[in-house]
Design a protein around this ligand. Structure first.
Ligand SMILES: Cc1ncc(COP(=O)(O)O)c(C=O)c1O
Length: 375
């Protein structure tokens, strides 16, 4: 059974007719910049997430850059964030001439560990930027309590977690501003780049709307030097169609994750994802953790060297893992919790009755794991 890393055709085919009609409307209306579909998507997203303002922009990265600007974070300010994320989280802080301050993750959830945040707060700290990694919302109650205590702003980088919840509350609705990415591999993916900021704060919403059009308001008056970062009308048209299917897709991902959990259980030194009882994950990625022996002797060093070889993308073993739908996750950093390697089989349509998957994983992963251990 082939488990592709990402099967966009499975998403596209059932919606193809509707997407083509929606795009055709854009082609005949010719409102390519901020057409009616952008406003319609923003309104629909407000409804879907239960957040007062949705402001579309050109990408998830721009959404972060805009959010930092809108909050008035500037040169010399510090923003506490996680090191275990995509580059854009920290680069968006740097792009605003502020300084990312890394706080380690909770090794079970991979999300920013609230217990470590206070030690990193200095007089220059202006904000905390948690990431809802792999689709699981960070512990936002604990993070908001710290932010309130220290009068800090909070930006939720929710590029990977649209629709995830913490204690029944929607991600993006806890902090001052939440951001989304509609990169094609996200649960709600466009057919190109797109992103969005979400906020319940009227003033922040006004700032963000202005900042995405060069800081302009009214026309030709520029209060700030903003960005040219509008959500493309064609992408909005596609996203409006896909949004209607999102809840069902997330449900299907959870069912697939449960299937993987059941069938990967009991494999030695393979940890399936931990989802906090307060969280409902949307499983943007399903991430497995395995670890080399922690012994610091010569054999162990050789073992680690060999493990690196086995996991390098060029290696035959990695190709073998890819064939069964498991890919190495680049440079998994688990801070002080030791060096581990995480893999993420992309969730794909798997027939729950298909026992062959388990058989293949046993046949292919287990010999590999053994070869890692016997040097
Ligand atoms: C955690 C995180 N933040 C930010 C981004 C940036 O989003 P985009 O690729 O839409 O710019 C991504 C995208 O992969 C992401 O995963």
């Amino acid at each position: 059974m082939k488990v592709p890393m990402l099967d966009l055709n499975a998403q596209y085919e059932p919606l193809m007719a509707d997407i083509r009609v929606a795009l055709d409307k854009v082609f005949t209306e010719h409102h390519y910049i901020m057409g009616s579909q952008v406003k319609a998507l923003e309104e629909r997203m407000q409804e879907y997430l239960g957040i007062k303002h949705a402001i579309g922009c050109a990408s998830g990265t721009d959404a972060l850059v805009l959010a930092i600007k809108a909050l008035g974070i500037e040169e010399g300010d510090e923003v506490i964030t996680t090191p275990f994320t995509f580059f854009a989280t920290a680069s968006s802080i740097w792009r605003n001439h502020a300084r990312p301050v890394f706080v380690d993750i909770d090794p079970k959830t991979f999300n920013l560990d609230p217990a470590r945040i206070e030690a990193a707060i200095t007089p220059r700290t202006k904000a905390i930027m948690p990431v809802h990694l792999f689709g699981q919302c960070a512990d936002m109650e604990a993070i908001m309590a710290i932010a309130t205590k220290h009068n800090l702003k909070v930006i939720e980088d929710n590029a990977q977690g649209i629709g995830s919840t913490w204690n029944g509350k929607m991600s993006c609705s806890f902090g001052d501003i939440g951001t989304l990415s509609f990169f094609p591999s996200k649960n709600l993916g466009a057919m190109g780049d797109a992103g969005m900021c979400l906020t319940n704060d009227d003033e922040m919403a006004a700032n963000l709307r202005q900042l995405r059009v060069h800081g302009e308001n009214p026309k030709y008056y520029h209060k700030w030097v903003g960005l040219n970062s509008r959500l493309d009308t064609m992408q909005a048209a596609v996203l409006l169609v896909k949004l209607e299917a999102l809840a069902a897709w997330s449900e299907a991902r959870r069912a697939n994750a449960a299937y993987y959990n059941e069938h990967l259980a009991g494999i030695e030194d393979l940890t399936t994802p931990y989802i906090d009882p307060k969280a409902v994950s949307i499983y943007n990625q399903y991430t497995l953790v395995t670890s080399p022996s922690g012994r610091a002797d010569e054999a162990s060093a050789r073992q680690r060297h060999r493990l690196r070889g086995i996991l390098s993308p060029a290696s035959a073993s990695a190709r073998m893992l890819q064939r069964i739908g498991i890919q190495r996750r680049g440079s998994a950093h688990l801070g002080s919790h030791g060096s581990k390697s995480a893999f993420h089989p992309h969730l794909s349509r798997i027939n729950a009755g298909n026992e062959r998957l388990r058989g293949r994983i046993h046949k292919r992963v287990l010999p590999l794991r053994r070869s890692m251990c016997t040097i």
